[in-house]
Each structure stands twice: as structure tokens, then as C-alpha cells.
Ligand binder design. Structure first.
Ligand SMILES: CC(=O)SCCNC(=O)CCNC(=O)[C@H](O)C(C)(C)COP(=O)(O)OP(=O)(O)OC[C@H]1O[C@@H](n2cnc3c(N)ncnc32)[C@H](O)[C@@H]1OP(=O)(O)O
Ligand SMILES: CC(=O)C(=O)O
Ligand SMILES: [Mg+2]
Length: 349
């Protein structure tokens, strides 16, 4: 283990110092763009103002014979738009560490657009050693290309081994931005019997005891609850952010919304959007409910220094509920700063 005092030292001479605290950003959705697809890429300048993060995907879903086109498309896309001006993050998902493409992904992207790249998403992270490797390599590349601010790292939690090591992945480096659940690869890695990309499964249920001839009550359970809970705890314990990943059935917006909302309530900051139809869902879900914001604002106002006990509408409030309220009010302020319509609804002054 690295000595605490060395944790925040740059890993290469000339590389920027790691952030002490993560930049505070609204990241309700990480919108996936296939950079080898010229038609979709052409939509990115307009898209940039409407999503919180644009991610150019180089990994799965890009055919092997188009990996180079995707990489080149990402560079074109990064140079063509001033993402920072619209408050939009620019991320990429690189190929896996054991693939033949990862070195060229990082060498090309940091050289060509390292100063515009906010976050590198790393797939199939198995343990802290994967993060240490990327951390060192990014530092060397940042130093070589004079990159001014550190490029952050986001891990996908999508292997059984990764879940077993989730805490040490979250604490592996000050470069860690957060983590996303990868339900498709994770299902395969665990030997789960589903072909779905995220969401529930109708056969994963509990049933009530038999009671004579009456039909036994039965309810579907959440396949992802355990993993999301572990991911959120690992992330929040280390001051980084947790995200739900993809919801693959674009035709079922209702189920997508329920999956996103469960993740939001459990502590996730956002989710992936793979199709334009999912952007509005993420915007709806990853902003707090106005009635909840109004109640939270009353709690904060009723306990100006955050201590003591008061009653509001018959409900006891104390230091702990003040902290819950603060989570909601702080998020509402972040949303309001970007969304004038919601700013009016929240009315937080
Ligand atoms: C398990 C995992 O790893 S998940 C992450 C990997 N997967 C991805 O990144 C997939 C990202 N999404 C996509 O590539 C596309 O949405 C596809 C290929 C799945 C489907 O694309 P299409 O068949 O074109 O879908 P559809 O016809 O419904 O698209 C409607 C419009 O939205 C556009 N569109 C589709 N996806 C996107 C997107 N991600 N971003 C912006 N625009 C998009 C289409 O180009 C089309 O535009 P048009 O109306 O001008 O023709
Ligand atoms: C998100 C992802 O990569 C997966 O589900 O496998
Ligand atoms: Mg995957």
C-alpha cells in the first residue's frame, strides 16, 4: 500500500497534480455515442447542450474492424465541439486492458485531445491493479503531451472478480471519478441466466406460503439490488460517484425509468443513455422531486446550524434528517444551475 503522504503525488514528472476533491458536476446521464458512425457523430454538437456527459465509446458495440475508425471519429468529435463551454463532460470508454487496442486508444486520445478529455472509462476492471496501471500510463502520457488537468478514471463494475474487489477499486487512486454497473458483462461473468441488458427478470421472484386454494401472492425482486448497494457503499465511502449503467430495451421506457429511479434512490448520481429516447428519462429521474425539495428546504431552514430536534408536519427532524435534507437541497441547486425550468419549480433563491 502506498504511504498516505504519497497518495496525491503526480505519478510522472511533469504530470498535473491529482485533484484533492472531485470537481462538482451534474452528471445525470452519460450519453453513449458510437464515434465510428458518421451520422450519429454529426449530431454531437447539438447533443452536447442537451446532455451532461457525451461519451465516445471505443469498446463493446464497436465492431473489431471499426476500432480505428471509432478512435479517429472520437478525435474529430472532440476537436469539433467546445464541450466545456456548454458545461458538458467529454468522456471516452477505452477498450479492455487485455485487448489489442487499448494502447493506441490512450496514446492517440491523450496526444490529440488530452486537454479536452475529462474522464476515461475503463471496462472490465478486476481489481486495483488495473487502476494502478491506467493511472501510471495516463500520468506518463499527460506529462509527455503537457496536459494541464488530470484526466479522471471511471471503472465499470462488470466482472465477478471486480465486485469482489469493489472497495479496493474505489480507493485505488485519487484519479478515480466513480463506477458504473455493467449488467451485461457482469451477468455473463457470474453465470447468471439472462440475456437482458439491465433491468428486472420476470422469473426472479418470491412467493407467499400456500394458503388453501388461494393463488399464492408473488412479487418480482430486483436482480441488481445487491451489486448496486455494494457499489454505492464503496463509492461513497471513498468520495467518488456511483452510476447505474445501460438499460438495453429501448422499447420499454417505463421499465427503464423504474430501474433508473431505483438506482437514484439507492444513491446513484446518474445512468447511461444509449439512445436519445432515454435522455429525457434520465433528466426526469436524476433530479429530486419538487415536493421532496420543498420539504428538505423546510428542514434545513428549521435547523439553521444542523443540530437539535424539531417537528415538521408530525415528523421528527434531527441532525441526521438535516443531512438527508442537505443531500436533496444540494442536488436541487446543482440541477437548478443548469435547468432554468426546474430552478423556477424548486425556487431555492
Ligand atoms: C452493454 C454495453 O456495453 S452498453 C454500451 C454499448 N452500446 C452502445 O454504445 C450503443 C449506443 N447506441 C447506438 O449505437 C444506437 O442507438 C443503436 C445502434 C443501438 C441503435 O441505433 P438506430 O438503429 O439508429 O436506432 P433508431 O433508429 O431508433 O435511432 C433513432 C435516431 O436516433 C439516432 N441515434 C441512435 N442512437 C443514438 C445515440 N446513442 N446518440 C445520438 N443519436 C442516436 C439515430 O441515428 C436515429 O437518427 P435519425 O432519426 O436522424 O435517423
Ligand atoms: C455496461 C456494460 O459494459 C455491460 O453491461 O457489460
Ligand atoms: Mg460491458
Amino acid at each position: 500500500m502506498k504511504l498516505p503522504r504519497r497518495f496525491f503525488q503526480p505519478l510522472a514528472t511533469g504530470a498535473p497534480a491529482p485533484f484533492r476533491d472531485l470537481p462538482v458536476k451534474l452528471e445525470r446521464m452519460i450519453h453513449f455515442v458510437p464515434p465510428h458512425n458518421e451520422k450519429v457523430r454529426a449530431r454531437v454538437p447539438d447533443l452536447a447542450g442537451t446532455v451532461d456527459v457525451v461519451l465516445g465509446n471505443l469498446e463493446d458495440a464497436v465492431p473489431a474492424d471499426q476500432k480505428e475508425a471509432a478512435r479517429a471519429g472520437f478525435v474529430t468529435m472532440a476537436k469539433a465541439t467546445d464541450f466545456a463551454a456548454t458545461g458538458t463532460g467529454l468522456w471516452t470508454r477505452i477498450n479492455a486492458l487485455n485487448s489489442p487496442w487499448i494502447l493506441d486508444d490512450l496514446f492517440t486520445l491523450v496526444a490529440e485531445c488530452g486537454d479536452k478529455l475529462d474522464v476515461v472509462m475503463v471496462p472490465k476492471v478486476e481489481g486495483p491493479w488495473d487502476i494502478h496501471y491506467i493511472d501510471q500510463l495516463l500520468a506518463q502520457l499527460e506529462a509527455r503531451h503537457g496536459v494541464k488537468k488530470p484526466i479522471l478514471v471511471h471503472a465499470i463494475l462488470e466482472t465477478a472478480e471486480g465486485v469482489a474487489n469493489v472497495d479496493s477499486i474505489a480507493s485505488a487512486s485519487p484519479r478515480m471519478h466513480g463506477m458504473s454497473l455493467g449488467p451485461a458483462d457482469l451477468a455473463a461473468s457470474r453465470g447468471m441466466k439472462t440475456t437482458r441488458v439491465g433491468g428486472g427478470h420476470p422469473d426472479y421472484r418470491v412467493i407467499a406460503d400456500p394458503a388453501g386454494d388461494a393463488a399464492r401472492a408473488s412479487a418480482q425482486q430486483d436482480l441488481w439490488h445487491y451489486t448496486i448497494a455494494r457499489m454505492v457503499d464503496a463509492c461513497m465511502a471513498n468520495g467518488i460517484k456511483a452510476f447505474y449503467g445501460p438499460f438495453g430495451d429501448f422499447s420499454d421506457s417505463e421499465a427503464c425509468e423504474v430501474q433508473f429511479r431505483n438506482a437514484f434512490l439507492m444513491g446513484c448520481a446518474g445512468a447511461w443513455t444509449l439512445h436519445p429516447s432515454q435522455v429525457a428519462i434520465a433528466k426526469r429521474v436524476f433530479a429530486p422531486d419538487p415536493a421532496e425539495v420543498a420539504f428538505a428546504a423546510r428542514i434545513v431552514a428549521a435547523m439553521p446550524d444542523g443540530t437539535g430536534a424539531v417537528m415538521l408536519d408530525g415528523k421528527m427532524q434531527d441532525d441526521a434528517t438535516w443531512k438527508q435534507a442537505k443531500v436533496i437541497v444540494d442536488l436541487a441547486k446543482l440541477v437548478a444551475a443548469k435547468d432554468p425550468d426546474l430552478a423556477k419549480v424548486y425556487d431555492l433563491g
